[in-house]
Write a protein that binds this ligand. Structure first.
Ligand code: C2E
Ligand code: CA
Ligand code: CA
Ligand code: CA
Length: 279
């Protein structure tokens, strides 16, 4: 039984995920998928509306399943995290995102950051820093052209280890952002010690901005925190003009969401940037 997910993906229903043999099947299928090139990355533009330009793209993984169609990450990332396949997926994602970034740079698209999601579990790997650096070296990328997105909750779990690894990545020139900011117990004390570049306002707060100019104490607070710490702030899940107006009034100019573009294949990113430049 499959139903249409909110992002237009097919997804497994709860009954399916409860079925053990289905899960084992999925695990085996995913193993094969990674090896046989069924994973693909789509990229969602991040737009600075004040300057009218695309500043970056977020790489989001999809599974081109031979029978089930295009599957979104929520259908297989959690399973991959349980079974340990997440490590193989991340290695593939990092390498593919770096390969794509090298190809964009070659085509003259410079100053575009590519953001890659790293699962909290990744930071339990002793060699995580080396694994992130390796594809950057292989594809001879400026390290500052790659941004690593880390979810806030992982900052809480094993803070000392994560802080040390994030610091190491920063030393090598990579950019770091905190994803889904504000959804967990807020880590003001960690922010003080965390060398991050950007905080991403979670889409649940953006969704609450229903009317033009509507006030959100949470978004005000997050923008204030970003200012105070000298960090960039980006709002995600932006779907309407009203949300854009309200975010501008809150002083948040960098946005990502369906209102600008859905996550798209790499060729469409090129078209999107070209269209922006024509404006
Ligand atoms: P995320 O990192 O918070 O990514 C944003 C999600 O919101 C994406 O869903 C994106 O398609 C969706 N989105 C973007 N704009 C809008 C909008 O305007 N409205 C709504 N309703 N949704 C919007 P997606 O691609 O299904 O990814 C879901 C999650 O899967 C991601 O959440 C991320 O946590 C995880 N993920 C995706 N790719 C990877 C990956 O390569 N590695 C790992 N470890 N996790 C990944
Ligand atoms: Ca993300
Ligand atoms: Ca997010
Ligand atoms: Ca998320």
């Amino acid at each position: 039984v499959k139903v249409q997910g909110k992002n237009g993906f097919l997804r497994y229903t709860p009954e399916m995920s409860r079925n053990h043999s289905e899960r084992v099947d999925l695990d085996n299928e995913l193993r094969i998928a990674i090896e046989s090139g069924q994973l693909t990355l789509h990229y969602q533009p991040q737009v600075d509306i004040r300057r009218g330009r695309v500043t970056g793209v977020e790489a989001l993984v999809r599974w081109e399943h031979p029978e089930r169609g295009l599957l979104g990450p929520n259908t297989f990332i959690p399973l991959a995290e349980e079974g340990g396949l997440i490590f193989a997926i991340s290695d593939w994602v990092l390498n593919e995102a770096c390969r794509q970034q090298a190809s964009w740079i070659k085509r003259g698209i410079v100053d575009l950051k590519v953001a890659v999601n790293i699962s909290p579990l990744e930071f339990t790997r002793a060699d995580i820093v080396e694994r992130i650096l390796q594809p950057i070296r292989t594809h001879q990328l400026p390290p500052e052209s790659i941004e690593i997105e880390i979810t806030e909750n992982m900052l809480m779990d094993d803070a000392e280890t994560v802080i040390a690894k994030v610091q190491e990545l920063r030393t090598h020139g990579l950019r770091i952002s905190i994803d889904d900011f504000g959804t967990r117990f807020s880590s003001l004390n960690y922010l003080r010690r965390f060398p991050v570049n950007t905080i991403k306002i979670d889409q649940s707060f953006v969704r609450d901005l229903e009317t033009t100019g509507s006030q959100s104490p949470v978004i005000s607070a997050i923008v204030g925190i970003a200012r105070g710490f000298g960090l960039n702030v980006l709002a995600e899940g932006v779907e309407t003009e009203c949300q854009i107006d309200a975010l501008r009034l809150h002083g948040c100019d960098v946005m990502q969401g369906f209102r600008f573009s859905r996550p798209v294949p790499p060729e469409e990113v090129v078209r999107y940037i070209a269209a922006q430049q024509a404006l």
